[in-house]
Design a protein around this ligand. Structure first.
Ligand code: PRP
Length: 203
């Protein structure tokens, strides 16, 4: 059996992925406080790389990892040439438009939209025929809607707690998202047996 490499995004999704793998019989001993970027399953059949969520598909596309676990939101935003093998049913959230009220505000100029999902937002508003100005941010997107840097935001909602605590409401849902297992196109064939075994376990 060849060893598989899997890129994981550090954070909530990685914890959920490790929990899922442990439940399915792939035992992983990972210390949450560790600064190590590489670790292995106990049976050494899988080596894990810790990367940023936005970089998972880049590693997989570039053959830096055979497989990766990434949210459909991020995969849609950064279109990469990878196989989407399986919806893991974890990391569930929605990409939404949110603002101070549940309607789009009237603005004399173009609607200012703050987001890190520039492509998703662009495409969504283009389909609606609404001209917008994007304000690209990297985090704490809700703040931009709250203090008026933008008229509305496009961001992910999971529990809804962040919107609620910042007095924002959902205006429209753009897409639902969950975590997908993705594969490098070459590895999918060269490590077919190993990948099939993993898919079988995860079913
Ligand atoms: C994400 C997202 C929201 C929050 C939504 O932020 O951008 O802020 O989670 O989750 P909730 O609906 O459960 O409150 P993340 O923690 O990834 O940090 P960020 O500010 O870097 O986007």
């Amino acid at each position: 059996m060849k060893q598989l490499t899997i890129a994981l995004a550090k954070g909530r999704l990685m914890d959920e992925t490790i929990e899922l793998l442990n439940k399915k019989g792939i035992n992983i001993d990972y210390e949450t406080n560790s600064r190590k970027l590489i670790f292995e399953s106990k049976d050494t059949s899988i080596k894990f790389f810790i990367v940023r969520a936005q970089d998972v598909a880049t590693y997989v596309e570039g053959n830096g990892a055979d497989l990766g676990v990434a949210g459909l939101d991020v995969l849609t935003e950064n279109k990469k040439d990878v196989f989407e093998l399986m919806d893991l049913g974890i990391g569930k959230c929605s990409v939404v438009v949110a603002g101070k009220s549940s309607n789009y505000p009237d603005t004399p100029t173009q609607l200012k939209v703050a987001t890190k999902f520039v492509n998703i937002a662009d495409e969504f508003f283009a389909k609606k025929g609404m001209a917008i100005e994007i304000i690209k941010l990297y985090g704490s997107i809700e703040l931009a809607g709250l203090i008026g840097l933008a008229d509305c935001i496009v961001d992910i909602v999971s529990t809804g707690q962040t919107l609620k605590e910042n007095g924002l409401c959902v205006i429209e849902e753009i897409m639902k998202s969950s975590a997908f297992l993705v594969a490098n196109r070459v590895s999918y064939y060269t490590k077919n047996k190993e990948i099939a075994r993993l898919l079988d376990l995860l079913k």
